[in-house]
Ligand binder design. Sequence first.
Ligand SMILES: [Zn+2]
Length: 342
Amino acid sequence: MLKNHMWGITPAHSDPNFALMKDMGVKWVRTGYPFPFENENGTVSERFKKADAVIDRYIAEGFGILCSFTGPGSVRYSAETGKTEYCRAVPEYLGDPSEDRYSRLLFEAAEFLGEHTKKKITWWQIANEPDIDIFYGPLSEKENINYLLNATRGILKTNPEAKCGINLGYINNYARMLMREIYAVADSPFEYLGIDGYQGSWQMGGPQSWNAYIDETAKLSSKPIIINEWGFSSLQWGEKYTDPERKKHYNQDVCRHKHWYATWGRGHTPDEQARYISECLPIFIGHPCVIGNFFFRWSDTETCWQCGEADCPAECAWGCVDCNQKPKPAYYALQEGIKKFS
Ligand SMILES: [Zn+2]
């Protein structure tokens, strides 16, 4: 689907170089809000106000927004405790996800967000990769499904024009269960399905593996597909082992060993990252069900959000620009691809 293809990126940078982003050719950014309230009285949090200002800035700069509504939580590095552990993303006052009170207060927060943003935001990503244990955490399947439906229906109640979808982490049996239970049903509130994939990094395979993944998810969801996240890490391994006995908790083996077990081509290097991009774009553009893609991500990061280490290949090297926003070969591959296929 060439026409109106959403050319997007996840910026996730505190001070993005807008001119450089525009010069690359992206028109959309994937960003979002934290849970809006601090307490049951509906006091809006400072974090929410800051996110709102960031979104307004992107809109003022001319970008469209694919807006994320927070998920229930994630297993991540906590600077406070120095450990990787489950951190709730919704306040304690909601209670436990099994309680009616939690559902009601979540719905009310979503209603507020739909109303607050109806003049500026149409496209929503509800939660993040809800098929992956790092993100659904302690929620049961039923609680996870309720979360996704509640947040979506809350937004739609106050903004019926909103187009909501979830983003799958990858194709697995949990993802198939979600498509069966909330997409392939008569009253599904979803307008599109987001899919994320890192074949050659988090998964085996490479650019060609996208074809079967898109085919299956388009068929099982019967909705248009947006590639909400895709990319290739440009760092093969970290140098410094601070935990040689590996006694800490790690989400997965890449953080544990600071090394990618999956790879593609000549490995995780800046040049191969660029080549990966050049091979993926024609696949996305050529597939009749794909309406947009959001490259992950704008810039490299100083530390890994999963384990806290500065040289961890898991999360530090996805950028098309480095930490100082100097373009990597990936930047030019994206620029060339967008120009060629727009
Ligand atoms: Zn890590």
